[in-house]
Design a protein. Sequence first.
Lengths: 394, 214
Amino acid sequence: MPSTLDEPRPVTRRSLLRGIGLGAATVAVAGTGLLGYRVYDSGVLDPGGGPAHEPWRDWRDIPGAGGAVAAAVLAASPHNTQPWTFVVRDDAIQMFADPTRTTGSVDPFSRERYVGLGCALENLTIACGPRGLRPDVTLLPDGPSGARVARVGLTPEPARPDPLHDVIDRRHTNRGPYLPDPIAPADLAALAGPRPPGVDLHWITGPGPTAALGTLLVDAAEALCADEQQSVDNFAWFRASNDEAQARRDGLVLDGQGLSPFELGAARLLPATSRVEGDRFWVARTRDVHVATAAAYGVVTTTTPDDRGTQLEAGRLLQRVHLRATAAGIALQHMNQVTERIDRETSTGAPATFAPRFAALLPPGATPLLTFRVGRPVRDGRPTPRRSVAMVAS
Amino acid sequence: MTRRGAAVGIGVAGGVLLVVAGLVQATLGAVIPDWTGDKLAPVGLGLVTVALGGVALLAAHRLRRPGAMWALGLLGPGLLSLSTVGVLAWAPAALLTVAAVLAAMDGGGDAVRTLAGEPVRVLLTVLAAAELLMAAGAAPLLALIGGLGGVALLAATWLRRVPLGPHIGLALLGVLPFAGAAWTGLVPVLLAAVAAPLLVVVRDGHRTPAASVR
């Protein structure tokens, strides 16, 4: 008897296989579609894009005092907090510390904050020459507890090129792996240049000392993560999503973690990590990448670590070192967890466990203020979000 | 009023409201961020919303004819606008969804049968949409490559009279350049891998009528 349209068709091997194939394809397409939306939403295919990265692209085109501030906002700062504001006039720029932009228990004495302000001040002064301005810097014009961090008087003069100015937008903290090539002592010495009064720079090289400082850095990272308040204050500046980074335009982002393109692509597709997972990731990267591939360490020391002027000068020196390193093709990563633990132990009255271990690696009497590693990079560092001149200057 | 007439009327109302919402986003988005979703690029998203409203109006107009496939043209813009104009989208999205449901109730069986008859092409269309979406958020060069790729993938999917050689060319253009240029995003490579066997199935479908003539 002929079949009718209303009768159910028999299930054949062919129709069964077709159904299974279509079902599998539907699942695969649905998954791909969802991941495609994630790619779109996370800005995976536009790294360094969006308004948060515009300051890196347009700073050269801004003339005069505003251009100097545009260079200042590209400077390094602790956890990319950008703790600065500016008042800009044609004849002077006033620089202020933003009291709301701190890392809390990570930097209880605000040393790193003032170092970051010094970094911005150095970029600002370097950017004056190519814009036909001669900077005249007065640190802390209202005293150490005054609101103003610096006053930079501006006098017109013929524009002059500056090789450090040319690399301001190529300077990025590089948390990726470095090549095993050593850096010659003469090359390291050339990075420092003249030191400001009261501030010095020591290089830690050779297998024994670098291994000892490496162990200290890993121990400090673990101790910082074990200290819940420090861990919380650290994590507060991590921007987990592209939307958050674009909206707030500050903080630590995945792009700045030195991941390979493949790792970065996968990381941006995955859900945001928790604080504890982030801490584990940081300790593992410190041990397996940062310390394992460092060619040498630099330590900025002083005999007056509590002096705000010294901290500002240390920041200016650090920024110059980083710019010279960038021009020389040398990568640099700030690694201040040991001094953060030293300050944490001091501020809580805990026994000093890290200070004596660090002191043993330094010349007698030298107090560490900042630590960084250097090396030839496997890959370039990436730009991190920045607030624009309009957001920080009036 | 018939169900179809109600769907058309509600769809037109939703489309007009969506165009208005897009214009508000483009002109006042930065001034009233609480109402417009506090978007980073209000002007661009406003113009996209205006375009979505235009699609909705076109779909509502087409619904005057038999069939319900154009209900998707109401539902899609309505849902997408929720991510482009914030609170302003609530009213038009609700109207467009209701209109789409009414249209589907009136002629949904035909639409479902049409889609069910072309499941592989529907899946490839979803992939092309995903490629276009990724391209929309990419850097300029990748956006161009992905945009062209998405269009080529749609063409390879739905143009039935294209000879085999050009069809293969369209298929390759649809997925390979974007996968190669945007491999760090991983998903473009996955998209190419998922699309490849589906494109082969579509290509075999092209050859089947010729074989039957023989």
